[in-house]
Design a protein around this ligand. Structure first.
Ligand SMILES: Cc1cc2nc3c(=O)[nH]c(=O)nc-3n(C[C@H](O)[C@H](O)[C@H](O)COP(=O)(O)OP(=O)(O)OC[C@H]3O[C@@H](n4cnc5c(N)ncnc54)[C@H](O)[C@@H]3O)c2cc1C
Length: 409
């Protein structure tokens, strides 16, 4: 505070609001490129304090892992990750399934699974190595005031209120984004009326590094390969049934999971602690405002069953870092227009895919069944279609940021 009682104003480079998976990745990418930035995060800097550094098991696309390697995060996480070498997609009660194999695509892995808690811990370790980054955590952005060439942010910290001026404000503050609301950017919302139950489980047979996605009228179920022969289970239930499913004992829950997943991996057993996640789709009407930009879930929150949210958000962050690194003024209107144009195809394609997948694969429309089965068979048997799907699945979409591209040996 100064003598007039208002907070002392300091200057910042790019200001990132939200140090979740995407905001933290952006802060690290900017620091690695020599750009000064400020990161403001409401939670204390501990993996167990951050809301999204939790027990969910993330399927990280190959492009994502390339990007995390490029910004020096992966070396802190690799030992805890499990490679996905095969993907198997099917629908209960219908013929046809689609399989994608890493060796047929000429890669060692299509992606990796990693608990979000472990990725969070790796990001926190990498953040500690940053030299040009100012971090406020726990601290909350509580007000914004427009300036002629940027924004003045009011930040509530444990030591009192701070005012910081920035030429570029980045909203990485998640689905309910305060930044998005303060910028006056509308968001389209869709409530899937579904809840995802996430836990670990042990199958009788070895998962052999295969990820399974199985669709049914009642919603999708996924099984992701984890270390020590465990699997990450993602079970979708209607939200009005979520309390009843939460109340099931372990035997009742296993019975439900087995019925929904089938017997491909033999008997399922030893369910871990179950975590419910209600599912919404939220899409910002625009990605930018004068000297401001949205990334990650603040820009778009997609249905998690396609395992795209963080993968897409990291491509937001790395594209923004790439453009800012090459610019004299990070909040320049042309730069922001280029950012929005470059992200549009990936963003729209991924959102449409995630939403379409849930609707097409889960809705009980008997007339669609043969078409769906044929589509799955086509994906399985037609190499060009399979290659295109695999490339997208591995996260190489639109005009990807340079950091996610394959490096030549
Ligand atoms: C069950 C489940 C499974 C998933 N599986 C996958 C998967 O397999 N693959 C994948 O790619 N994605 C997956 N996702 C999606 C992925 O978890 C999200 O896309 C990702 O966490 C979004 O990161 P974010 O940083 O944009 O937002 P968040 O993780 O929500 O972070 C936002 C941060 O902003 C902070 N914040 C909010 N407001 C303020 C404020 N005013 N001031 C300061 N800080 C603030 C919050 O504390 C928080 O830390 C899954 C999601 C769920 C729910």
């Amino acid at each position: 505070m100064n003598t007039s009682g208002s907070p002392t104003v300091s200057e910042s480079g790019v200001m990132i609001v939200g140090g979740g998976l995407v905001g933290a990745s952006l802060a690290i990418a900017l620091d690695a490129a020599g750009i000064a930035a400020t990161l403001v995060e409401s939670a204390a800097p501990r993996a167990d304090a951050q809301p999204s550094y939790d027990e969910r098991n993330l399927a990280l696309a190959r492009a994502t892992v390339n990007g995390l390697e490029a910004i020096g995060v992966w070396r802190h996480a690799a030992a805890r990750a499990t490679p996905i070498r095969h993907i198997h997609v099917s629908r209960a009660g219908e013929f046809g399934s689609a399989r994608i194999d890493a060796d047929r695509q000429g890669v060692d892995a299509l992606g990796w699974t990693l608990p979000a808690r472990e990725l969070g811990a790796a990001l926190l370790r990498r953040l500690d190595e940053c030299t040009r980054l100012t971090r406020f955590a726990p601290a909350t952005l509580s007000a914004l005031e427009p300036l002629c060439a940027g924004w003045r942010a009011q930040i509530d910290t444990t030591e009192g209120i701070r005012a910081v001026d920035t030429p570029l404000l980045v909203g990485a503050d998640g689905t309910g984004s305060f930044v998005r609301a303060r910028l006056g950017i509308d968001a389209e919302r869709h409530d899937y009326r579904q809840t995802l139950i996430v836990c670990t489980i042990t199958p009788e047979r070895d998962h052999a590094n295969r990820a399974y996605e199985r669709f049914a009228d009642t919603g999708p179920i996924a099984l992701l390969p984890l270390a020590e022969r465990r699997c990450g289970l993602v079970l979708t239930v209607a939200t009005d049934e979520a309390d009843a499913v939460a109340a099931l004992d372990d035997a009742g829950f296993i019975e439900l999971a087995q019925r929904r997943f089938g017997w491909r991996l033999g008997r399922l057993s030893r369910p871990g602690k179950r975590h419910p996640h209600p599912i919404h789709r939220v899409a910002a009407a625009q990605l930018t405002a004068p000297r401001a930009v949205l990334v990650g879930n603040a820009a778009q929150t997609v249905h998690p069953i396609g395992a795209q949210g963080f993968n897409l958000g990291l491509r937001d962050a790395l594209t923004l870092a790439e453009l800012v690194t090459a610019a004299a003024d990070p909040g320049d209107a042309d730069l922001l227009a280029r950012y929005a144009a470059r992200r549009a195809p990936d963003r729209e394609g991924t959102m449409a895919m995630s939403h379409g997948l849930v609707r097409l694969a889960c809705l009980p429309q008997p007339l669609l069944a043969p078409l769906r089965s044929l589509a799955l068979l086509a994906c399985d048997r037609l190499p060009p279609l399979q290659r295109a799907l695999a490339q997208r699945g591995m996260g190489f979409r639109g005009e990807p940021p340079l950091a996610v591209l394959e490096r030549l040996p």
